[in-house]
Write a protein that binds this ligand. Sequence first.
Ligand code: ATP
Length: 278
Amino acid sequence: MLGHGSFGTVHKVRWLGVEVAMKTFQGSSTQDFLREVSILEGLRHPYILSLLWYKTDARKCQIIMELMDGDLYSLMQERMEECGNGGPPFSISEATHMMLQVAEGMLFLHEKKIVHRDLKSQNILVKRMKYKEVGFEHVHVKVADFGLSKTKARSTTYSNQTLNQGTTRWMAPELIRMSSAMDDLAVKHPFKVDAFSFGMVCFEILTGEVPFSGLRSYEIIQTVLRGGRPQLPDQIPDRLRYLIEACWSSEPSKRPRFDDICAELRHLSCAHFMTAET
Ligand code: ATP
Protein backbone atom coordinates (compact mmCIF):
# COMPACT_ATOMS: atom_id res chain seq x y z
CA MET A 1 0.00 0.00 0.00
CA LEU A 2 1.26 3.47 -0.91
CA GLY A 3 -1.28 5.39 1.15
CA HIS A 4 -4.92 6.14 1.74
CA GLY A 5 -7.09 9.24 1.59
CA SER A 6 -10.68 10.03 2.45
CA PHE A 7 -12.03 8.42 -0.72
CA GLY A 8 -9.94 5.28 -1.14
CA THR A 9 -6.63 3.44 -0.93
CA VAL A 10 -3.62 3.54 -3.25
CA HIS A 11 -1.46 0.47 -4.02
CA LYS A 12 1.62 -0.15 -6.13
CA VAL A 13 0.78 -2.81 -8.76
CA ARG A 14 2.25 -4.25 -11.95
CA TRP A 15 0.13 -3.41 -15.01
CA LEU A 16 1.07 -4.38 -18.59
CA GLY A 17 4.59 -5.10 -17.34
CA VAL A 18 5.16 -1.75 -15.62
CA GLU A 19 4.82 -0.61 -12.03
CA VAL A 20 1.94 1.82 -11.59
CA ALA A 21 -0.24 3.23 -8.81
CA MET A 22 -3.79 1.89 -8.44
CA LYS A 23 -6.43 3.82 -6.48
CA THR A 24 -9.49 1.87 -5.34
CA PHE A 25 -12.78 3.33 -4.13
CA GLN A 26 -15.61 1.38 -2.53
CA GLY A 27 -19.34 2.00 -2.13
CA SER A 28 -20.54 5.52 -1.56
CA SER A 29 -17.46 7.23 -2.96
CA THR A 30 -18.35 6.10 -6.51
CA GLN A 31 -19.69 9.50 -7.51
CA ASP A 32 -16.49 11.16 -6.29
CA PHE A 33 -14.52 8.61 -8.24
CA LEU A 34 -16.39 9.27 -11.47
CA ARG A 35 -16.00 13.01 -11.01
CA GLU A 36 -12.28 12.69 -10.43
CA VAL A 37 -11.77 10.37 -13.36
CA SER A 38 -13.76 12.40 -15.86
CA ILE A 39 -11.51 15.36 -15.04
CA LEU A 40 -8.20 13.48 -15.13
CA GLU A 41 -8.96 11.57 -18.33
CA GLY A 42 -7.16 12.97 -21.32
CA LEU A 43 -5.03 15.47 -19.39
CA ARG A 44 -1.37 15.23 -20.35
CA HIS A 45 1.20 17.65 -18.96
CA PRO A 46 4.67 17.22 -17.42
CA TYR A 47 3.49 18.70 -14.11
CA ILE A 48 0.10 16.97 -13.89
CA LEU A 49 -0.30 13.36 -12.71
CA SER A 50 -1.43 11.16 -15.63
CA LEU A 51 -4.37 8.80 -15.46
CA LEU A 52 -3.61 5.69 -17.54
CA TRP A 53 -6.77 3.56 -17.26
CA TYR A 54 -9.92 3.14 -15.19
CA LYS A 55 -12.62 0.59 -14.48
CA THR A 56 -15.85 0.77 -12.50
CA ASP A 57 -18.52 -1.74 -11.43
CA ALA A 58 -21.35 -1.80 -8.88
CA ARG A 59 -19.05 -2.46 -5.90
CA LYS A 60 -15.79 -0.69 -6.60
CA CYS A 61 -13.90 1.61 -8.91
CA GLN A 62 -10.23 1.54 -9.79
CA ILE A 63 -7.91 3.94 -11.53
CA ILE A 64 -4.39 3.28 -12.74
CA MET A 65 -2.05 6.27 -12.53
CA GLU A 66 1.61 6.78 -13.21
CA LEU A 67 3.68 5.75 -10.20
CA MET A 68 5.35 8.48 -8.20
CA ASP A 69 7.70 8.24 -5.22
CA GLY A 70 5.34 9.83 -2.69
CA ASP A 71 3.88 13.21 -1.83
CA LEU A 72 5.61 16.54 -1.29
CA TYR A 73 4.54 16.77 2.35
CA SER A 74 6.30 13.47 3.20
CA LEU A 75 9.39 14.47 1.23
CA MET A 76 9.64 17.71 3.22
CA GLN A 77 9.31 15.85 6.52
CA GLU A 78 12.05 13.44 5.44
CA ARG A 79 14.38 16.24 4.34
CA MET A 80 13.88 18.11 7.61
CA GLU A 81 14.61 14.98 9.65
CA GLU A 82 17.79 14.47 7.60
CA CYS A 83 18.92 18.05 8.28
CA GLY A 84 18.15 17.62 11.98
CA ASN A 85 18.55 21.37 12.65
CA GLY A 86 14.96 22.46 12.04
CA GLY A 87 16.10 24.24 8.87
CA PRO A 88 14.00 24.53 5.71
CA PRO A 89 13.66 21.41 3.51
CA PHE A 90 14.98 23.08 0.33
CA SER A 91 17.42 25.75 -0.76
CA ILE A 92 15.80 28.92 -2.17
CA SER A 93 16.77 27.89 -5.69
CA GLU A 94 15.31 24.38 -5.31
CA ALA A 95 12.20 25.82 -3.64
CA THR A 96 11.67 28.35 -6.44
CA HIS A 97 12.02 25.65 -9.08
CA MET A 98 9.51 23.47 -7.24
CA MET A 99 7.00 26.33 -6.98
CA LEU A 100 7.46 26.97 -10.70
CA GLN A 101 6.63 23.34 -11.55
CA VAL A 102 3.45 23.48 -9.45
CA ALA A 103 2.50 26.83 -11.02
CA GLU A 104 3.06 25.45 -14.56
CA GLY A 105 0.78 22.49 -13.73
CA MET A 106 -1.86 24.86 -12.33
CA LEU A 107 -1.60 27.13 -15.38
CA PHE A 108 -2.34 24.12 -17.57
CA LEU A 109 -5.36 23.16 -15.42
CA HIS A 110 -6.74 26.69 -15.54
CA GLU A 111 -6.25 26.85 -19.30
CA LYS A 112 -8.42 23.71 -19.41
CA LYS A 113 -10.98 25.59 -17.26
CA ILE A 114 -10.37 23.29 -14.30
CA VAL A 115 -10.30 24.67 -10.76
CA HIS A 116 -8.39 22.37 -8.39
CA ARG A 117 -9.74 23.73 -5.07
CA ASP A 118 -7.71 21.37 -2.86
CA LEU A 119 -4.14 22.35 -3.64
CA LYS A 120 -1.80 21.42 -0.76
CA SER A 121 1.48 19.57 -0.34
CA GLN A 122 -0.24 16.19 0.23
CA ASN A 123 -1.87 16.55 -3.19
CA ILE A 124 1.41 17.23 -4.96
CA LEU A 125 3.31 14.06 -5.84
CA VAL A 126 7.04 13.82 -6.37
CA LYS A 127 9.45 11.83 -8.50
CA ARG A 128 12.92 11.80 -6.98
CA MET A 129 15.97 11.46 -9.19
CA LYS A 130 19.03 10.81 -7.03
CA TYR A 131 22.54 11.39 -8.29
CA LYS A 132 24.42 9.72 -5.42
CA GLU A 133 27.92 10.32 -6.84
CA VAL A 134 27.50 14.08 -6.54
CA GLY A 135 25.10 13.95 -3.56
CA PHE A 136 22.36 15.69 -5.54
CA GLU A 137 18.65 14.97 -5.80
CA HIS A 138 16.38 16.44 -8.48
CA VAL A 139 12.70 16.53 -7.53
CA HIS A 140 10.07 16.53 -10.28
CA VAL A 141 6.61 17.44 -8.96
CA LYS A 142 3.14 16.73 -10.34
CA VAL A 143 -0.17 18.18 -9.24
CA ALA A 144 -2.62 15.41 -8.33
CA ASP A 145 -5.92 14.62 -6.63
CA PHE A 146 -8.63 16.35 -8.51
CA GLY A 147 -11.31 14.82 -6.29
CA LEU A 148 -12.64 18.28 -5.53
CA SER A 149 -12.09 19.83 -8.94
CA LYS A 150 -14.95 21.01 -11.04
CA THR A 151 -14.76 22.25 -14.59
CA LYS A 152 -15.99 25.78 -14.97
CA ALA A 153 -17.72 24.66 -18.14
CA ARG A 154 -19.85 22.21 -16.18
CA SER A 155 -20.74 24.54 -13.37
CA THR A 156 -20.10 28.14 -12.43
CA THR A 157 -21.65 27.78 -9.00
CA TYR A 158 -20.46 25.74 -6.08
CA SER A 159 -22.59 23.83 -3.65
CA ASN A 160 -21.95 24.33 0.05
CA GLN A 161 -21.44 20.60 0.36
CA THR A 162 -18.56 20.60 -2.12
CA LEU A 163 -16.97 23.68 -0.60
CA ASN A 164 -17.03 22.19 2.86
CA GLN A 165 -14.74 19.39 1.73
CA GLY A 166 -11.66 21.58 1.07
CA THR A 167 -8.89 21.81 3.65
CA THR A 168 -9.19 24.91 5.84
CA ARG A 169 -5.45 25.57 6.25
CA TRP A 170 -5.05 26.20 2.53
CA MET A 171 -8.49 27.67 1.87
CA ALA A 172 -9.22 31.15 0.46
CA PRO A 173 -11.35 33.37 2.73
CA GLU A 174 -14.21 33.61 0.22
CA LEU A 175 -14.35 29.81 0.10
CA ILE A 176 -14.46 29.63 3.91
CA ARG A 177 -17.25 32.22 3.98
CA MET A 178 -19.12 30.45 1.25
CA SER A 179 -19.32 27.23 3.23
CA SER A 180 -21.46 28.98 5.85
CA ALA A 181 -23.18 31.67 3.80
CA MET A 182 -23.23 32.58 0.13
CA ASP A 183 -20.41 34.86 -0.95
CA ASP A 184 -20.48 35.51 -4.66
CA LEU A 185 -16.76 36.45 -4.80
CA ALA A 186 -15.79 32.79 -5.26
CA VAL A 187 -18.31 32.52 -8.09
CA LYS A 188 -17.06 35.69 -9.78
CA HIS A 189 -13.43 34.63 -9.47
CA PRO A 190 -13.53 30.81 -9.27
CA PHE A 191 -9.91 30.32 -10.35
CA LYS A 192 -8.49 32.66 -7.73
CA VAL A 193 -9.10 30.21 -4.86
CA ASP A 194 -6.22 28.16 -6.30
CA ALA A 195 -3.87 31.17 -6.26
CA PHE A 196 -4.54 31.57 -2.52
CA SER A 197 -3.84 27.86 -1.85
CA PHE A 198 -0.76 28.10 -4.06
CA GLY A 199 0.55 30.83 -1.71
CA MET A 200 0.09 28.36 1.17
CA VAL A 201 1.97 25.66 -0.77
CA CYS A 202 4.83 28.15 -1.32
CA PHE A 203 4.89 28.76 2.44
CA GLU A 204 5.11 24.99 3.01
CA ILE A 205 7.94 24.63 0.50
CA LEU A 206 9.89 27.49 2.09
CA THR A 207 9.44 26.37 5.70
CA GLY A 208 8.48 22.66 5.69
CA GLU A 209 5.56 23.56 7.98
CA VAL A 210 1.84 23.34 7.33
CA PRO A 211 0.12 26.76 7.35
CA PHE A 212 -1.16 27.85 10.79
CA SER A 213 0.56 24.96 12.51
CA GLY A 214 -0.81 24.48 16.06
CA LEU A 215 -4.11 26.29 15.34
CA ARG A 216 -7.43 24.49 15.35
CA SER A 217 -9.86 24.71 12.45
CA TYR A 218 -12.08 27.41 14.01
CA GLU A 219 -8.99 29.47 14.96
CA ILE A 220 -7.69 29.26 11.38
CA ILE A 221 -11.05 30.39 10.05
CA GLN A 222 -11.10 33.41 12.38
CA THR A 223 -7.49 34.27 11.56
CA VAL A 224 -7.88 34.03 7.77
CA LEU A 225 -11.13 36.00 7.74
CA ARG A 226 -9.44 38.76 9.77
CA GLY A 227 -6.64 38.89 7.16
CA GLY A 228 -4.06 36.92 9.18
CA ARG A 229 -1.53 34.97 7.11
CA PRO A 230 1.47 32.74 7.97
CA GLN A 231 4.80 34.43 8.70
CA LEU A 232 7.17 34.06 5.75
CA PRO A 233 10.89 33.54 6.50
CA ASP A 234 12.99 36.75 6.59
CA GLN A 235 15.68 35.51 4.22
CA ILE A 236 13.59 35.03 1.06
CA PRO A 237 13.93 37.38 -1.95
CA ASP A 238 11.60 40.40 -1.79
CA ARG A 239 10.01 39.62 -5.15
CA LEU A 240 9.09 36.13 -3.94
CA ARG A 241 7.59 37.61 -0.76
CA TYR A 242 5.50 40.10 -2.80
CA LEU A 243 4.31 37.31 -5.09
CA ILE A 244 3.18 35.08 -2.21
CA GLU A 245 1.56 38.02 -0.39
CA ALA A 246 -0.31 38.91 -3.59
CA CYS A 247 -1.59 35.32 -3.80
CA TRP A 248 -2.86 35.74 -0.22
CA SER A 249 -4.82 38.90 -0.96
CA SER A 250 -8.25 38.89 0.71
CA GLU A 251 -9.61 40.34 -2.53
CA PRO A 252 -9.66 37.55 -5.17
CA SER A 253 -9.38 39.98 -8.09
CA LYS A 254 -6.05 41.25 -6.70
CA ARG A 255 -4.49 37.78 -6.68
CA PRO A 256 -2.28 37.08 -9.72
CA ARG A 257 -3.28 34.62 -12.44
CA PHE A 258 -1.10 31.58 -12.97
CA ASP A 259 0.38 32.94 -16.20
CA ASP A 260 1.70 35.91 -14.20
CA ILE A 261 2.79 33.67 -11.31
CA CYS A 262 4.76 31.48 -13.75
CA ALA A 263 6.36 34.50 -15.42
CA GLU A 264 7.50 35.86 -12.05
CA LEU A 265 8.82 32.49 -10.86
CA ARG A 266 10.68 31.95 -14.15
CA HIS A 267 12.32 35.33 -13.64
CA LEU A 268 13.20 34.48 -10.02
CA SER A 269 14.56 31.04 -10.97
CA CYS A 270 16.66 32.54 -13.71
CA ALA A 271 17.89 35.46 -11.55
CA HIS A 272 18.89 33.06 -8.77
CA PHE A 273 20.69 30.81 -11.22
CA MET A 274 22.62 33.75 -12.67
CA THR A 275 23.59 34.96 -9.17
CA ALA A 276 24.72 31.46 -8.18
CA GLU A 277 26.79 31.20 -11.37
CA THR A 278 28.68 34.46 -10.93
P1 ATP B 1 -7.65 12.92 0.11
O1 ATP B 1 -8.11 12.08 -1.01
O2 ATP B 1 -8.40 12.73 1.36
O3 ATP B 1 -7.45 14.38 -0.26
P2 ATP B 1 -4.96 12.07 -0.34
O4 ATP B 1 -4.83 12.98 -1.50
O5 ATP B 1 -3.77 11.98 0.56
O6 ATP B 1 -6.20 12.44 0.55
P3 ATP B 1 -5.02 9.74 -2.06
O7 ATP B 1 -5.06 10.49 -3.34
O8 ATP B 1 -5.92 8.57 -1.90
O9 ATP B 1 -5.37 10.61 -0.81
O10 ATP B 1 -3.50 9.30 -1.83
C1 ATP B 1 -3.06 8.73 -0.62
C2 ATP B 1 -1.53 8.69 -0.62
O11 ATP B 1 -1.11 7.70 -1.56
C3 ATP B 1 -0.86 9.99 -1.06
O12 ATP B 1 -0.65 10.87 0.01
C4 ATP B 1 0.46 9.48 -1.65
O13 ATP B 1 1.42 9.38 -0.63
C5 ATP B 1 0.08 8.11 -2.19
N1 ATP B 1 -0.15 8.18 -3.65
C6 ATP B 1 -1.27 8.59 -4.27
N2 ATP B 1 -1.16 8.52 -5.60
C7 ATP B 1 0.10 8.05 -5.84
C8 ATP B 1 0.86 7.77 -7.04
N3 ATP B 1 0.34 7.96 -8.25
N4 ATP B 1 2.13 7.33 -6.90
C9 ATP B 1 2.66 7.16 -5.65
N5 ATP B 1 2.01 7.42 -4.51
C10 ATP B 1 0.74 7.84 -4.58
